[in-house]
Design a protein around this ligand. Structure first.
Ligand code: GSH
Length: 228
């Protein structure tokens, strides 16, 4: 059976959505990153990046959420696009746009807004600007067609959903409100039964919720360089 290491963050959630949408049997293994479980040697052996998610499929070990989505799409043939060069190129472009743009800029936007030890106007402005710019590109595309790749719901929409569902936290409520087409997609996906099952999965395990000094130590290990 598939083993799915997860926490409640946007990257694991997009994989949880695929697993539920495709009705795959899997064992869900919580990884409490606020308690430092990502740094344990057993986990580092399967994910040297010390982040969630990771998927283990027999001998195959795969980390990085968008790689996992592509792996599962290819494995199951579900929620994929057609296999002409043009369709494949479009899928890869938008999947990587989420992986290398939406995800990192959103993550850093939240980091500097919520977690940085002091206010850095330059970093705040850059990541907020870039996160908004990236979401606007999605919004424009989704204004022309129902889903990221056209007429059908695919794993790229799931990748988008992972981050877009927390857009107000990333770019603020007002800017998030303006992303009407992205919100339309998020609302539509949220209404799917698979999302109810993702919520049930989240209710199964009590992850640590406090973002205290221990959590900061585990999640932002680079901060120790500022004090030593
Ligand atoms: N590029 C990775 C990023 C994974 C990532 O940042 N995961 C977050 C949850 S969304 C995490 O595990 N954070 C805990 C930590 O940074 O210690 C992916 O897409 O899977």
């Amino acid at each position: 059976m598939l083993k799915f290491y997860y926490n409640t963050g946007p990257n694991p959630m997009k994989v949880a959505l695929f697993l539920e949408e495709a009705d795959l049997a899997y064992e869900a293994i919580p990884l409490d990153t606020r308690k430092g479980e990502q740094h344990e040697s057993g986990y580092l052996a399967i994910n040297p990046n010390a982040k969630a998610p990771t998927l283990v499929d027999g001998e195959a070990v795969i980390f990085d959420s968008n790689a996992i989505l592509q792996y599962l799409g290819e494995k199951t043939g579900k929620f994929m696009t057609g296999d002409t060069p043009e369709e494949r190129a479009t899928l890869l472009s938008w999947l990587m746009f989420v992986a290398s743009g939406i995800g990192p800029y959103s993550g850093q936007a939240v980091h500097f807004k919520v977690y940085a030890p002091e206010e850095f106007p330059y970093a705040l402005n850059r990541y907020d600007f870039e996160a908004k710019r990236h979401f606007r590109i999605l919004d424009e595309r989704l204004g022309k067609q129902p889903y990221m790749l056209g007429a059908n719901y695919t794993l790229v929409d799931m990748a988008v959903w992972g981050w877009a569902r927390i857009m107000p936290r990333v770019i603020g409520a007002e800017a998030a409100d303006e992303m009407r087409n992205v919100n339309r997609l998020v609302d539509e996906i949220n209404a799917r039964p698979a999302v109810d099952r993702v919520q049930e999965l989240l209710a199964e395990h009590a992850f640590k919720t406090e973002m205290d000094a221990e959590s900061h130590r585990h999640m932002f290990p680079g901060n120790t360089r500022l004090t030593s």
